[in-house]
Write a protein that binds this ligand. Sequence first.
Ligand SMILES: *[C@@H]1O[C@H](CO)[C@@H](O)[C@H](O)[C@H]1NC(C)=O
Ligand SMILES: *[C@@H]1O[C@H](CO)[C@@H](O)[C@H](O)[C@H]1NC(C)=O
Ligand SMILES: *[C@@H]1O[C@H](CO)[C@@H](O)[C@H](O)[C@H]1NC(C)=O
Ligand SMILES: *[C@@H]1O[C@H](CO)[C@@H](O)[C@H](O)[C@H]1NC(C)=O
Length: 379
Amino acid sequence: MHPDVALLCLFCCGVLPRAEPRREPTDAGRCELPRSQGDLNSFLWTIRRDPPAYLFGTIHVPYTRVWDFIPENSKAAFQASSGVYFELDLTDPYTISGLASCQMLPHGENLQDVLPRELYRRLKRHLEYVKLMLPHWMTPDQRGKGLYADYLFNAIAGNWERKRPVWVMLMVNSLTETDIRSRGVPVLDLYLAQEAERMKKTTGAVERVEEQCHPLNGLNFSQVLFALNQTLLQHESLRAGSLQAPYTTEDLIKHYNCGDLNAVIFNHDTSQLPNFINTTLPPHEQVTAQEIDSYFRQELIYKRNERMGKRVMALLKENMDKSFFFAFGAGHFLGNNTVIDVLRQAGFEVEHTPAGQPIGKAFLENLLLCGNINLLGKQ
Ligand SMILES: *[C@@H]1O[C@H](CO)[C@@H](O)[C@H](O)[C@H]1NC(C)=O
Ligand SMILES: *[C@@H]1O[C@H](CO)[C@@H](O)[C@H](O)[C@H]1NC(C)=O
Ligand SMILES: *[C@@H]1O[C@H](CO)[C@@H](O)[C@H](O)[C@H]1NC(C)=O
Ligand SMILES: *[C@@H]1O[C@H](CO)[C@@H](O)[C@H](O)[C@H]1NC(C)=O
C-alpha cells in the first residue's frame, strides 16, 4: 500500500499500467458528489511549520473511484509539496522482490504440506472456480487494454501453492468480481506516487518492506488457519449467493467519499486484514477473532504508527526548509494511537484541514483579502 501490501501485490504482478493523466469518468453512483467543496470528506491534516507539511489519508482502491471526491485543497497541498513520502518506496525494485520473498513459505515448503487436507482441498477448489469465472468477470475495457484472464490469474494467483497461508488468505480476498473489474487502474496511493514522479518531486518511504511484511507473518498457525477458514467460508457463501461480504471495496469507497471517518473500516483497509468479528461465530471462535483483531491493531496499526510518526519527525527535523506531503493509508490517521497522536505528543501542532479551507500561502492571502473586505465593509 502506500503502498501497502495489497497494492504491492498488484504492483509486483505488473498488471497496473501507468496512470493516464487524463481523468476517467467515475462511476461512484452510490453517493452523490456534493455541490460545494466544503461538504467533501477531508483526509488532510496540516503540520504547522514553514513551509507546511501535510498528512494525507489514502485507500487502496482505483483512484478513478475517489478522485472527484478528494477536495481541491488536498490536491493543492500535494502540488505544493516538494517531497512526497509514502509508506513504502514503490519505485524501488527491492520493495517488490522483498515482498515476494517475504510471502513465500520457508524451506521450499508447499501449502499442501502445511495445510489440513480438507482446507487445502477447499482452497484449491475455490481457486479453480475463480479461474473459471475470471473471463466472465473481466470488463470489455480490460480486454481492450490487452489484459487476458489467464495472464491476470497467473499474475495474482500464480505460485499460490508456495505462499504462506496468510498471504493466500489475502489473495483470496482480492479475487472477487468487483476487485477483478477494477484491475488495470492504479490504486490511489500508486497514482499519487506516479504523479509525484512525473512532477519530479522527491519521493521516499518511511517504512521498509520487512517492517510491513513480518508482522503479518507473525500471526500464529492456529490463528492463520482460522482466518483462512473464515475467508474461504465467506467466499463459499458468496459463491452460493447467501452472503454479502461485511466490508467490501464498495463500502470502503462509499465511506471514503461520503461516509463518516469510520476508523474501524479504514483500519481494516490499512492493515489488509479482513474483519472476522462481525460474522456470526460460535463463542470460542469469537475469542480467536478478537485475538486476531487485537494482534493486528497492535502490530499492524499502533506499532507502525509509532514508527511512522518518528520517521516523519526525523524527516521534518533534517529538512527544515522543505515542504512535505505524507500519503499513508487513512487508517493510520483515524482511531486511537494514530500517527497524528505521535506527532502531537512530540510537540508538533497538527490540525485537520477541512475541505474548502485554503492551504499554505493561499491561506494567508485569503486572510489578508478577507481582512480587506471587512475593512471596506466598515468604511
Ligand atoms: C496462538 O495464539 C493464541 C493467542 O495468543 C494462543 O491462545 C494459541 O495457543 C496460540 N496457538 C499456537 C499454536 O501457538
Ligand atoms: C472452519 O470453520 C467452521 C465454522 O466456524 C468449523 O466448523 C470448521 O471446523 C472449521 N474448519 C477448519 C479446518 O478449521
Ligand atoms: C454487523 O453488521 C451488521 C450489518 O452489516 C450491522 O447492522 C451491525 O451493526 C454490525 N454489528 C457490529 C457489532 O458491528
Ligand atoms: C479506542 O480506544 C478506546 C478505549 O480503549 C476503545 O473503547 C475504542 O474501541 C478504540 N477505538 C478504536 C477504533 O480502536
